[in-house]
Design a protein around this ligand. Structure first.
Ligand SMILES: [Zn+2]
Length: 260
């Protein structure tokens, strides 16, 4: 594991395993569990992202965000392990597009429970979920799983994309464009620009630049204005600020635990 090479910018490595638990030996996992390390769990989906991107953006986003989070926490002296990214989620909004795998909520809940049971067996008890997919049925299934896991496995589980905790000295977020097409929620300007900034090989730029804005997912499986992605100037700074914010939240939670 060599997380020191991680840089905010183009990623030449397309692996989604680098720096995760699967690159450790079982003895290293055992030692990490026994130390009481925290766990970062990237959750995403395989999902249609317009005609201009492949099906992987949510997976890469959740994975890369988790890696930067791990790095950032490591610099604060907090050890973590990353679960390999999970991507058999629920696609209700884009489920009709080929390639958007979807599972039943009960399947999702069963797998989550088994994954967390495994983590618990190895000694891990604090898990921070990095979810990159906003579909309501998907997030509802995550919430249901979290409740069940907290009750039956007595673990601490936090969903970073839905974690309302007060932070002093929040990082500065860059200004947002005022002329952005609204809504911009799926494979639109921001998401396309973010992928282009980190994984340019995943964006079919010539196609993106020709797309018309869409207010809903139909007919081309995006919601927003992909063509204007070239006008987004601050996606890396914004990503970086979000990593910093989430690492401050995790640090606060862990410090509160110590003080109890
Ligand atoms: Zn996405």
């Amino acid at each position: 594991m060599n997380s020191t090479e991680l840089k905010f910018g183009i990623q030449s490595d397309l692996s989604v395993f680098a720096d995760t638990l699967v690159e450790m030996t079982w003895e290293e996992v055992r030692a990490s569990g026994e130390r009481g390390d925290s766990v970062i769990f990237p959750i995403a989906v395989v999902e249609a992202h317009g005609p201009h991107m492949d099906l992987s953006p949510d997976i890469y986003y959740a994975y890369l965000f988790s890696r930067f989070l791990k790095n950032n926490l490591c610099a604060k002296g907090i050890n973590t392990v990353i679960v390999p990214p999970y991507y058999w989620g629920i696609n209700s909004g884009t489920g009709k597009y080929p390639g958007s795998f979807t599972v039943r909520p009960e399947t999702f809940n069963a797998i989550m429970f088994d994954i967390f049971s495994s983590l618990k067996k190895w000694g891990f008890s604090k898990v921070f979920i990095v979810n990159a997919h906003g579909d309501e049925k998907h997030t509802a299934a995550i919430e249901k799983s979290i409740n069940e896991i907290k009750q039956k496995l007595n673990m601490q589980v936090y969903r970073m994309d839905n974690l309302d905790i007060q932070i002093e000295n929040k990082p500065d977020f860059p200004d947002q464009r005022e002329d952005r097409f609204d809504p911009d929620i799926h494979a639109g300007s921001i998401e396309t620009a973010t992928m282009y900034a980190f994984y340019p090989q995943k964006v079919r730029k010539e196609i993106a630049l020709k797309l018309k804005p869409q207010k809903g997912f139909d007919p081309l499986a995006y919601c927003g204005d992909p063509a204007s992605f070239v006008l987004e100037k601050n996606v890396i700074e914004c990503f970086q600020a979000n990593v910093e914010l989430d690492s401050l939240k995790i640090e606060t939670i862990l410090n509160n635990d110590k003080n109890i």
